[in-house]
Design a binder for this molecule. Structure first.
Ligand SMILES: *Cc1c(COP(=O)(O)O)cnc(C)c1O
Length: 373
C-alpha cells in the first residue's frame, strides 16, 4: 500500500526529534519535581496528535492534554494506556465517556462532581478530576469564594471521585497582573488545604509562563507552543527547534504575457512577461487567505511571491526569477528559515495573527509525514 503521505504533494513534515528535543529542554528546565503536562490539543497544534503523542510520552510527559472530549477519545482509541487530560468543559450528558475511558476531566462545580461520581460508581471506577479556578481570565472555572471552597470540600466525600489536581490559567496581561492571579490561586489552595483538601498536582503555567516565570511552575506545567518550537517567552534563550515544515510541488507552469491578470477577479496583473507556477495548496489546507500579495514560497532556493487571490485548493506563485524551474519542483511553504523559507513566526506576522493560529489552522487534508533519526 502506498503511504498516505505519498498520495499528495502538499504535506506537513514533522521532525519528531525536534519535538523530543524541545520536550527534553522543558523537562530539564523545570526539573524532577515538576511534572510536564504536554498540550496536544487542536490535532497537536497541527502536527497530528496521534503521530506526536508517543515521542512526547517517551520524552518525559506525565500527561497529554487536549481541549475537548472528541480529541481525547481519538487519542484514547490509539493509545489505551496514556494518561489523558481534558482542559475544557465536558457537558454533563457526555461525562460518562470520560469516566469510561479513564480520561481525567476538568470540572468546576459540585454538581459536575456528583454526576461523575454517580457514573463512576456504576462503572466501578474512580474518576479523576482537576478543579478549575478562575483567577481573572474569566473563561472557565469559579472565582475563589467561601461557597466554592465548600463545594470543593464536599467533592472529597464522594467515593468514586479522585480530586487529583487544581489549576488556573494566566492571562499574561503583565507581570503585576500575573502575580495577582498567582497569589489569588495560592491563597485559595491554602484555604482548601487548611480544610484538609490535598492536591497531587497544582498548575497555572502555559509555555510562556513555564519559561519566563520559574516561580509559578508549582509542581506541574502545561506547555504547548514551546514543544513545537514556538518562541513566545523572552527571559532566556532556550534553543528550541521548529518541528514543522510545510511543503508542496509545482503542478503546472504558465507563461503569462505582460498586462494579463490571473486568479479570481484578476486582482494581480503581470507587470512583465511572467512565468507563473500553480501550487496545489490553498486556504482549505489552512493557509491564511489574507497572505495574498504577502506570502511566498521557496523554489530552488529562490523566493517566489504568491500572486493573485489564494483559492480554496490552489494558488499561484511568480517563478520568473527561479532558475531551471520545472513542473514537480518542490516549493517550501513554511520552513525553518535557513533556506530562506517563511518561518511560522514570520507567517504569523504577515497574516496578522499568532504562531499557534498558523500551525493549529492547518487542516487534516494535507498528510503528515513523520521523520525520526
Ligand atoms: C492551550 C492551553 C495551554 C497551552 O498553551 P501554550 O501557550 O500553547 O503553551 C495551557 N493551558 C491551557 C488551559 C490551555 O488551554
Amino acid at each position: 500500500m502506498t503511504k498516505k503521505e505519498e498520495l499528495r504533494d502538499t504535506k506537513v513534515i514533522v521532525d519528531l526529534d525536534n519535538i523530543a528535543h524541545n520536550m527534553k529542554l522543558i523537562d530539564d528546565l523545570t526539573g524532577p519535581d515538576v511534572a510536564v503536562m504536554a498540550v496536544i490539543k487542536a490535532n497537536g497544534y497541527g502536527h497530528g496528535s496521534i503521530g506526536i503523542a508517543p515521542v512526547l510520552m517517551e520524552s518525559g510527559a506525565a500527561y497529554l492534554a487536549v481541549a475537548t472530549l472528541t480529541e481525547a477519545l481519538e487519542l484514547r482509541e490509539a493509545y489505551p494506556d496514556y494518561p489523558l487530560f481534558i482542559l475544557g468543559h465536558t457537558p454533563d450528558r457526555l461525562l460518562h465517556f470520560a469516566a469510561e475511558q479513564d480520561i481525567t476531566q476538568t470540572i468546576f462545580t459540585l454538581s459536575q462532581a456528583e454526576k461523575l461520581d454517580e457514573i463512576a460508581g456504576k462503572l466501578q471506577k474512580k474518576a479523576k478530576v482537576h478543579i478549575k479556578v478562575d483567577t481573572g481570565f474569566h473563561r472557565l472555572g469559579q472565582t475563589p469564594s467561601e461557597s466554592f471552597a465548600e463545594e470543593i470540600a464536599k467533592m472529597y466525600q464522594l467515593k468514586n471521585i479522585e480530586v487529583e489536581g487544581i489549576f488556573s490559567h494566566l492571562a499574561l496581561a503583565g507581570a503585576e497582573e500575573d502575580e495577582k492571579q498567582y497569589r489569588l490561586f495560592c491563597d485559595f489552595i491554602q484555604t482548601l488545604e487548611d480544610r484538609g483538601c490535598t492536591f497531587k498536582y497544582k498548575h497555572i503555567a502555559d509555555s510562556i509562563a513555564t519559561v519566563d516565570y520559574p516561580q509559578y511552575r508549582m509542581n506541574m506545567v502545561r506547555p504547548g507552543a514551546v514543544l513545537y518550537g514556538m518562541r513566545g517567552f523572552d527571559s532566556i534563550d532556550l534553543p528550541i527547534r521548529q518541528a514543522m515544515t510545510f511543503k508542496t510541488a509545482i503542478s503546472q507552469l504558465h507563461a503569462i504575457p505582460k498586462g494579463e491578470g490571473l486568479s479570481y477577479d484578476y486582482l494581480w496583473k503581470a507587470q512583465r512577461d511572467s512565468l507563473i507556477a500553480t501550487l496545489p495548496f490553498g486556504y482549505a489546507d489552512g493557509y491564511p487567505r489574507n497572505m495574498r500579495d504577502k506570502g511566498y514560497v521557496i523554489v530552488n532556493g529562490v523566493k517566489a511571491p504568491l500572486v493573485g487571490v489564494i483559492c480554496m485548493d490552489q494558488c499561484m506563485a511568480d517563478v520568473t526569477d527561479v532558475p531551471d524551474v520545472c513542473c514537480g519542483m518542490e516549493a517550501v511553504i513554511y520552513g525553518d528559515g535557513q533556506d530562506g523559507s517563511m518561518t511560522i513566526a514570520e507567517a504569523a506576522e504577515l497574516a496578522e495573527t499568532n504562531k499557534n493560529d498558523i500551525i493549529a489552522r492547518i487542516t487534516a487534508r494535507p498528510p503528515r509525514q513523520y521523520i525520526r533519526k
